[in-house]
Write a protein that binds this ligand. Structure first.
Ligand SMILES: Nc1nc2c(ncn2[C@@H]2O[C@H](COP(=O)(O)OP(=O)(O)OP(=O)(O)O)[C@@H](O)[C@H]2O)c(=O)[nH]1
Ligand SMILES: [Mg+2]
Length: 318
């Protein structure tokens, strides 16, 4: 049996989790908001590593993702969620449902809004939603690095929202990091004393295979247009590690033949571009050489089928 150091309280898998010092704080923080406001960018910036994919396309995030930050005074477990929107298919419903579950299961809700446009109906809908749970809420105004001409009226609209519900308000830029120390201070104030939930050096509990699939999906979001990026789901079929290279086989599921055509491109050019950009990202993730092979398969109406969604890893979980 391994000898156990006095400081070590428990084991998670093979990793020892030390005992937290007195007055250490910890807890789960749900990052909630409309699509495209910068929730995933914020989580990556806070964690200091790319855990969640981001893109200028709304509805990028599809799963609840955890990013962990441990300082000398606290452990923050950030839960990035899909943007809350009006769903048009089963996939959308599952995404929104998963965001709602996060609201009830976290210790603090960080409600992120778009600092470049005034508070709108979508924000007020989410405000009502988050206030219904008993969880404390912090209003986070993102993208302060961009200051549109009507900045003052935008600012006032969010001040008013915060006043209505008596929420603390904090302004930041997820992109540049401005204002994030202030956010962190406010979060510590809102957390209770608690243990290390994860080893202090862990940044995510997301399996590597899942992140690989997301990195492929990110390139599709960046390189294709309109309906195509929303119509894909990635399945990692095989990951084979050898001492010199990691072989990854993945299938891109689409809904229609026309989408398959777009993804493959003229003479396979699009698939090649997606593959080489995703391969670079996956190499960074695993710090090693990667051989990536992509297949494209038509799976009609997968976004509307609960069975297919579940097969592709999208389900309502709590
Ligand atoms: N200028 C500026 N752009 C930002 C900032 N934060 C995020 N963005 C951009 O906003 C877009 C959306 O960012 P995401 O992080 O994917 O947004 P999200 O809220 O996770 O979106 P969904 O997953 O679709 O709900 C991307 O193009 C980001 O680069 C910021 O602080 N400043
Ligand atoms: Mg996101």
């Amino acid at each position: 049996m391994a000898s156990i150091d006095n400081d070590i309280l428990s084991f998670s898998g093979d990793v020892a989790i030390p005992q937290a010092p007195p007055e250490f704080k910890s807890g789960f923080i749900g990052i909630i908001g409309r699509p495209n406001v910068g929730k995933s960018t914020l989580m990556n910036q806070l964690v200091g590593q790319k855990i969640a994919i981001t893109s200028p396309v709304a509805q990028t995030t599809r799963n609840r993702l955890r990013g962990i930050v441990t300082t000398s005074e606290a452990q923050f477990i950030f839960v990035d969620t899909p943007g809350i929107h009006k769903p048009h298919h089963q996939l959308g419903e599952i995404l929104v449902e998963n965001a709602k579950i996060a609201i009830d299961s976290v210790d603090v809700v960080l409600f992120v809004v778009e600092g470049t446009v005034a508070c709108g109906a979508g924000d007020r809908f989410i405000a009502e939603l988050v206030t219904r749970s008993q969880t404390p809420v912090i209003l986070g105004v993102n993208k302060v690095d961009q200051q549109p001409t009507d900045y003052q009226s935008i600012d006032e609209s969010y001040q008013e929202l915060a006043n209505t519900y008596q929420w603390p308000i904090v302004k930041f830029s997820a992109k540049t990091g401005t204002g994030l120390p202030q956010l962190q201070t406010l979060l510590v104030e809102n957390l209770d004393y608690g243990p290390f939930y994860y080893p202090p050096d862990l940044v995510t509990d997301q399996p590597e295979r899942f992140i690989m699939g997301e990195l492929i999906r990110e390139q599709i979001l960046l390189l294709t247009r309109e309906e195509v990026p929303h119509s894909v789901a990635i399945a990692i079929d095989q990951v084979e590690e050898t001492p010199s290279i990691t072989r990854v086989l993945a299938t891109i599921h689409v809904e229609r033949d026309s989408q398959k055509g777009i993804l493959i491109g003229k003479g396979g050019s699009m698939l090649k571009a997606i593959g080489s950009a995703a391969r670079e990202q996956i190499q960074k993730l695993i710090s090693g050489k990667v051989y990536l092979e992509l297949f494209v398969k038509v799976q009609p109406k997968w976004r509307h089928s609960r069975f297919r969604l579940s097969e592709l890893g999208y389900r309502i979980e709590d």
